[in-house]
Design a protein around this ligand. Sequence first.
Ligand SMILES: [Zn+2]
Length: 108
Amino acid sequence: MEEKVVECKDRLCPKHGDKKLKMRGRVFQGEVIKVLPGRVTIQFERMIKLPKYERYEKRKTKVHARLPDCMKMDVAVGDLIEIAETRPISKMIHFVVAKVVRKLEVKA
Ligand SMILES: [Zn+2]
């Protein structure tokens, strides 16, 4: 078994980059709803308690995350991925893609 060598020139890659992007803080799992060069948007549902009615409400949250070069071929819309908090990379991005949890099943 040969290990696949991934070329990664992404300086903000947590695994290969020289900018020392550290994953820390919160971790979220969510469905990829958008893939753009260098970043993805994920969405997940969270439950909000409404004390007045003693019920829970579902709210959707969208989070933008940095997509390292070496993972761009692995992530597609519909996949379930895990993102981890990191330092702010841009105005909207302070998360980085940690791993793919489940690929969307492709029907051939
Ligand atoms: Zn990389």
